[in-house]
Write a protein that binds this ligand. Structure first.
Ligand code: SF4
Length: 334
């Protein structure tokens, strides 16, 4: 509680200051009396998919993941892939939550043979308390856990979740404040979240969806690569191609050429693991993980599936160079 009587929420970088009965910008966290109410004990969607479908490539490749999502989001991206849940409240859709316990989700993941539980589809951090419970139950069953986030978060929220969370995948959606204003956020907190998460010990991967007439600028993408290199050259960076959807259905799909050029520029800047995705059967060679020392393919992928994993104890089988990632349950390797 602040001196002015407002209650501040720390779950995302908006840091809403709430008067009694106020609802935060995300539309789901709200003040009742002196208490902050947050979503708990439900999912809006739940699926079993290969972990790679989260665009996470250095975490237990080939494992299945139970992926859960909830309602609401702190941003309002006009190209959101999962807008039926993330933007459901703003769009006036009727939520249809499925009530479930954390233990039941962990049990469902184990029963389905999963190696991981991931939170995605909306911005998971706006339900950080519920995530903590789910991931704690998942860890107790030996599962790897991770968040697919827009990165518009706070050091407090990252610290809170870290004891039960192995990886943090961040969408870095642009390189200017003007771009982020279009999405309802700010660039600075997202850029700050990357080194903060890394310093806290999360395994971090970054995704940039390249969108025509929005962020399809090679100079800007180069600048992002330089910022990632400055944090850690071993952070994987995924350049994904926009496909028309939601409010930006009228834009063309992103062409492959710019993504390939941006990937080359990122390697030239010093990043060691750069991927290009969302292009169906094109540019398939940039979906694999290669040893940065000898270029041996250590994880071969096709269409967000791992087809062959030849890592040996987290190292390249050809030259023994360590390849960083979370290669086993709840353990950071290399
Ligand atoms: S999660 Fe973010 S948007 Fe929602 S109430 Fe908290 S600070 Fe505001």
């Amino acid at each position: 509680m602040r001196d002015d009587g407002r209650l501040q929420c720390l779950a995302c970088a908006h840091r809403c200051t709430l008067r009694p009965d106020d609802v935060g910008l995300c539309g789901v966290r709200q003040r009742r009396g002196d208490a902050l109410y947050a979503p708990f004990g439900y999912v809006a969607a739940q699926r079993i998919r290969p972990i790679e479908t989260n665009t996470v490539y250095h975490v237990r490749p080939g494992a299945s993941a139970l992926i859960l999502g909830m309602y609401g989001c702190d941003l309002r991206c006009p190209y959101c892939h999962n807008w039926q849940v993330s933007q459901a409240l703003r769009e006036g859709l009727t939520p249809a939550p499925t009530h479930v316990s954390a233990a039941a989700l962990a049990e469902a993941a184990v029963a389905a043979g999963c190696g991981a539980v991931c939170a995605a589809y909306n911005e998971p951090m706006i339900a950080a308390e519920w995530l903590y419970a789910v991931f704690e139950a998942a860890h107790a069953r030996g599962l790897t856990t991770g968040v697919v986030s827009d990165g518009n978060t706070t050091p407090e929220a990252l610290r809170f979740l870290r004891p039960v969370t192995d990886f943090y995948r961040i969408d870095l959606k642009g390189f200017t404040e003007a771009q982020y204003a279009t999405l309802g956020g700010r660039l600075a907190p997202v850029l700050e979240a990357i080194p903060t998460a890394r310093a806290l010990g999360y395994w971090v991967e970054v995704v940039t969806l390249v969108v025509p007439h929005f962020n399809d600028d090679l100079r800007g993408l180069r600048a992002l690569a330089a910022q990632l290199v400055a944090v850690d050259p071993a952070i994987p960076w995924h350049l994904n191609a926009f496909q028309p959807r939601y409010r930006w259905r009228d834009r063309p799909p992103q062409a492959a050429g710019l993504l390939v050029s941006a990937a080359g520029a990122a390697y030239a800047k010093g990043l060691r693991y750069v991927y290009v995705g969302n292009l169906a059967d094109r540019v398939t060679q940039l979906a694999h993980t290669r040893c940065p020392a000898c270029q041996h393919v250590v994880v071969e992928r096709h269409d967000y599936h791992a087809r062959a994993v030849t890592l040996r104890d987290g190292c390249c089988p050809a030259c023994a160079t360590p390849i960083p990632g979370v290669w086993s349950a709840s353990a950071l390797a290399a």
